[in-house]
Design a protein around this ligand. Structure first.
Ligand SMILES: Cc1cc2nc3c(=O)[nH]c(=O)nc-3n(C[C@H](O)[C@H](O)[C@H](O)COP(=O)(O)OP(=O)(O)OC[C@H]3O[C@@H](n4cnc5c(N)ncnc54)[C@H](O)[C@@H]3O)c2cc1C
Length: 466
């Protein structure tokens, strides 16, 4: 079957469906292809399931702490136990509902035809999906990524899990060993510790989430270790071997035993784009050495008429950045706008408890020679809302350019940090001076209430960092 469309969209992740519907509503005849589950990574194996599981883990954690709040649960000798089958069923219900919603909205969209199967370029204007040959003047690639599997000695001999296959687990691992101490690994680490597993994180760098500031890494390490998670840093020559009781992970660290014996191994060492089986050479679309599709500031690839959106272009690694890619492409194509990726302020969260909300520069980045930066910092133990909630771990810090008075960045590690950081983000997006936020009257008692206060206590960066 050969059919001509005005636009083809490949992938139903966080950019594709919205774009397909917007183009169809604008009167274009649109085809959209999906080879897996509708909704892509975020809905099926990423944001939605992890945050649903994290909510179960939080419930278990709070139940264990109930006594601190003067609440008696009347539990028997077993204390708090977690029914992993019910935890998974709850997660599955949320995920299925969301995935079905994406599929339903696409199938019911006028002018939009859904193809299920693997899409592959045959030429710059032609894509195959199974027996179908689809032709269009405009093709939008939103194929996302998948977990990267590292070159690790012994990996071929052992069973291992990834962030995707973790979604099928409905039993409690006795001892989960996680290779990779960054965002994905840390969320799983705390989640499974709270479910009741023994958890060890193995990280080859000298600190957790090394892209963050050292004080952030240290505070996160402290939060996790307080819950009984073992953190093994500076791990060299990480290797795996099969054992009767599960898996042995060999590490040569400066401190601690050279081998960890676990029941389950999770690899959380980053992601790679789904571009290796897309036929990009047939279309002439340029990729970088890591396989990401090269795009310009408006997400156009090296081939006119082909755009790349979401994780596969290497310009973002989040649901909100993929969705913003859709908005950029749609606005430029349909509304005559000239929106650009480089206008986007980097922002994200790490959803451990308490969460880390991040926006803009780190302190290390702000310390550029020649820049006069100011820093405000406050521990969560001095935030009344955190004290009232009994959740005082973490801190907030905000960086300001002393000359322009623009906010450079912020880290809010603490209860509600993923929400509170948005007031900083919005002032940055408005390109307003920090004094606007300094004078805003925030609601008491909230975590965000302290942000104007911190901005009133700024010190020159060098002095503040000492
Ligand atoms: C464990 C985990 C937790 C995460 N948590 C968060 C979070 O809390 N917040 C956040 O912002 N981000 C989070 N992310 C990242 C987020 O999931 C991704 O950034 C987001 O899903 C990217 O969307 P996308 O549209 O680029 O790609 P995807 O969502 O990956 O979608 C791509 C789609 O394309 C399909 N596809 C691929 N190749 C083809 C082909 N050849 N033919 C047809 N279809 C194809 C795939 O099946 C998939 O459905 C998390 C990721 C993981 C792994």
């Amino acid at each position: 079957m050969r059919a001509t469309y005005d636009a083809i969209v490949i992938g139903t992740g966080q950019a594709g469906p919205s774009l397909a519907k917007r183009l169809a509503k604008a009167g274009m005849k649109v085809a959209i292809a999906e080879r897996g589950r509708f909704g892509g990574t975020c809905v099926n194996t990423g944001c939605t399931p992890t945050k649903t599981l994290i909510a179960s883990a939080y419930a278990a954690h709070l139940a264990r702490r109930a006594d601190e709040y003067g609440v008696a649960l009347g539990l028997g000798a077993a204390g708090v136990t977690v029914d992993m089958k019910r935890v998974k069923a709850r997660k599955d219900a949320v995920v299925d509902d969301s995935s079905r919603g994406v599929e339903r909205s696409l199938r019911s969209q006028e002018n939009c035809t859904v193809f299920q199967g693997h899409a592959r370029f045959r030429s710059p204007r032609e894509v195959s999906v199974g027996d179908a040959r689809l032709i269009a003047e405009r093709i939008f690639v939103d194929v996302g990524g998948r977990p990267a599997i590292p070159e690790m000695s012994g990996l071929g001999e052992v069973d291992y899990l990834t962030s995707s296959s973790m979604m099928e687990i409905d039993v409690l691992p006795r001892h989960l060993v996680i290779v990779g101490g960054s965002y994905v690994g840390l969320e799983f680490a705390q989640m499974y510790r709270r479910f009741g597993s023994q958890v060890t994180i193995v990280e080859q760098k000298p600190r957790l989430i090394p892209s963050e500031d050292e004080d952030v890494s240290a505070a996160i390490g402290d939060i996790l270790e307080r819950e009984g998670i073992e953190v093994r840093l500076d791990a060299r020559c990480i290797r795996a071997a099969r054992r009767a009781e599960g898996v042995a992970v060999g590490i040569d660290c400066a401190r601690g035993a050279p081998e960890i014996h676990g029941s389950h191994l999770l690899l959380a060492v980053g992601r790679r784009p789904n571009t290796d089986d897309l036929g990009l050479p047939e279309a002439g679309v340029a990729q970088d050495p890591r396989g990401y599709i090269v795009v310009d500031d408006e997400l156009r690839t090296s081939v006119p008429g082909i755009w790349a959106l979401g994780d596969c272009n290497g310009r973002g690694a989040f649901t909100h950045t993929a969705y913003d890619d859709y908005e950029i492409v749609a606005a430029n194509l349909l509304d005559g706008a000239s929106r650009r990726v480089s206008d986007r302020i980097p922002a994200y969260a790490l959803f451990i408890d308490p969460p880390l909300g991040r926006v803009g520069m780190t302190e290390a980045e702000a310390r550029r020679p020649g820049r006069r930066a100011l820093l405000g910092r406050r521990p969560m133990s001095k935030v009344s809302r955190a004290i009232e909630k009994g959740e005082t771990l973490g801190f907030m810090k905000i960086l300001v350019d002393a000359d322009t008075r623009q906010i450079l960045g912020a880290a809010v590690l603490g209860t509600g940090g993923d929400e509170a950081v948005h007031c900083v983000l919005d002032v940055m997006a408005a390109k307003a001076p920090y004094t606007v936020l300094r004078r805003a009257v925030h609601i008491h008692p909230t975590v965000a209430e302290l942000i104007p206060t911190i901005l009133g206590e700024l010190l020159p960066l060098a002095a503040a960092g000492d």
